[in-house]
Design a protein around this ligand. Structure first.
Ligand SMILES: Cc1cc2nc3c(=O)[nH]c(=O)nc-3n(C[C@H](O)[C@H](O)[C@H](O)COP(=O)(O)OP(=O)(O)OC[C@H]3O[C@@H](n4cnc5c(N)ncnc54)[C@H](O)[C@@H]3O)c2cc1C
Length: 477
């Protein structure tokens, strides 16, 4: 029993991921006394960084690309730079190398991107110029609950018409060239959905528009700097954070008017015990989690020797080849198998943020989607894809740290089966997250809220699940 257990608070938050900290900050800046209990010894959940390979090499355990942090109405309202948080922009947000030795580049500029796409250039311009121009109105809407009445209904209807389809249907309707189709597939595959599933197109559209409108920056010094800045701001507002406290039952907690849980739905069911009605518990237990991630963090002796030199100018690289190659690869984990030639998502943050590695050296990470809960080691397959587009990659490796999907689940209880998105991003679970409700944050137990990425608007570092849950909880005061 710790010293904080005896006190009482207006609000308790379980978990210090971006959503837990986001919720706590919103409550504290509205004058509520708040304590955050975090199971790990470090604050931040999916924003943690550490020297995972060799001394002096800073790696992000999970998130590196802070495109959604930049778009977040909550995080952009906070004075995070006062606490040492600085976003660094890669020259080009995304590169997608192809087998002929070329690469399609997703530039900040719509025009520059369109220019590479030949016959698809005009159509690309039409789609993304409009979305980029309206991004400041669209993004807050996309980061709210899909069941909330939109502030800009016509804009949202226009977006919905484009987005509410599969990535395959989207490219078939809009693009002719291999380059444009491949670029879209690489971004749509962030959904962790098969390319034939409804809703996968939305990820491509949102992430590409975010790149054009604001870029895909990284936090200087590692994502931990973002976590630390959020934690420091919370403390300035009077909030308390207790690390190393894994909450296994609500009965362990001191008195509080509201409790917000930055946890997975099935873990909420366990923690809350009999306070939740069986019908609701059943829904939480049936909430679907998607495939897991298998990730390799590398310490490299030099920058990656990309076949196409332009790829070195990008922060994020999508490896997998054509639209069809990526679509084939993304189906495998849903069928319970590891893809022989996986779609690989890679980030070379230290190219643009040298503070992450000793002079002249680099950090680099790459991950692939694997079956839910998989213990498989797919290092060989990922490195074959890296060698395909960067011959000689293996010769640059000083050290590697491998994390299987099962390892992720053991490291953070929110990553059920290694699912990095807080639940499958299926069409149904876009709306029913974790249950179909106008207020999905509120549970049937009085004062008990869910605020993790398993609520709208879902996965990513934006803190908006926490913000919306906190706004709902504030109505109880
Ligand atoms: C490999 C990987 C790469 C990613 N890359 C990106 C990226 O580049 N950009 C991006 O935007 N997103 C990325 N993400 C996704 C992003 O990290 C998550 O969507 C985000 O962190 C979810 O935030 P959260 O607050 O809901 O949960 P989390 O960040 O998972 O935080 C939950 C916290 O709650 C704690 N907790 C859970 N249960 C308890 C309990 N019972 N008691 C006490 N504490 C508890 C956990 O220890 C954890 O610290 C990535 C994720 C992974 C795994």
């Amino acid at each position: 029993m710790t010293s904080t257990t005896a006190k009482s608070y207006d609000a308790i938050v379980i978990g210090s991921g971006p959503n837990g900290l986001g919720a706590a900050i919103e409550l504290a800046r509205n004058g509520k006394s708040v304590i955050v209990y975090e199971a790990a010894d470090t604050v931040g959940g999916g924003m943690r960084s550490a020297e995972l390979t060799l001394p002096g090499f800073v790696h992000d355990h999970c998130s590196t690309v802070q495109a959604l942090c930049l778009a977040s109405p909550l995080f952009s309202s906070l004075p995070l730079s006062d606490y040492g948080m600085e976003l660094v922009h890669p020259e080009i947000p995304v590169a997608h190398p192809l087998d002929d030795g070329s690469a399609v580049l997703l530039h900040r500029s719509v025009e520059q991107t369109a220019e590479q796409l030949g016959r698809d250039g005009g159509h690309y311009r039409n789609i993304f110029e409009l979305m980029t121009r309206h991004w400041s109105k669209l993004s807050p809407q996309l980061l709210s609950s899909p069941l909330a009445f939109p502030k800009h209904p016509l804009l949202m209807a226009g977006f919905g018409m484009k987005a509410m389809k599969s990535a395959r249907a989207f490219v078939e309707q809009n693009f002719l060239t291999t380059a444009a189709k491949a670029l879209f597939a690489g971004c749509a595959a962030h959904s962790v959905l098969p390319m034939e599933w409804m809703g996968s197109a939305a990820y491509g559209l949102v992430l590409m528009t975010a790149a054009h409108a604001g870029g895909w920056p990284v936090a200087k010094g590692g994502s931990q700097k973002l976590a630390d800045a959020l934690a420091a701001h919370l403390r300035t507002l009077g909030g308390t954070i207790e690390l190393g406290r894994h909450i296994r039952s609500l009965d362990e907690l001191p008195a509080a008017k509201v409790i917000l849980c930055d946890v997975a739905p099935r873990n909420l069911a366990t923690i809350a015990g009999s306070r939740l009605p069986p019908a609701y518990v059943k829904k939480l237990m049936h909430y679907a989690h998607g495939p897991g991630a298998f990730k390799i963090d590398y310490a490299l002796s030099q920058p990656v020797p990309w076949k196409c030199a332009d790829v070195g100018r990008a922060g994020t690289i999508h490896l997998g080849g054509t639209f069809d190659d990526i679509a084939d690869a993304e189906q495998f984990p849903w069928d319970g198998r590891c893809a022989p030639r996986p779609y690989v998502l890679a980030v070379q943050a230290s190219r643009f943020d040298p503070t992450r590695a000793p002079e002249g050296k680099q950090t680099f990470w790459a991950y692939a989607h694997v079956p839910h809960g998989s213990t498989a080691d797919v290092t060989e397959r990922i490195e074959a894809q890296l060698e395909r587009f960067a011959p000689g990659f293996r010769d640059c490796v000083l050290a590697r740290k491998v994390t299987t999907a099962a390892d992720f689940a053991a490291w953070n209880p929110n990553l059920i089966g290694g699912d990095i998105a807080g639940g499958a991003s299926t069409f149904w679970q876009t709306f029913a997250r974790p249950v179909l409700s106008r207020n999905p944050y509120r549970t049937p137990a009085k004062g008990l809220y869910l605020c993790s990425a398993s609520t709208p608007p879902g996965g990513g570092v934006h803190g908006m699940c926490g913000y919306h849950a906190a706004r709902a909880a504030l109505r109880e005061f």
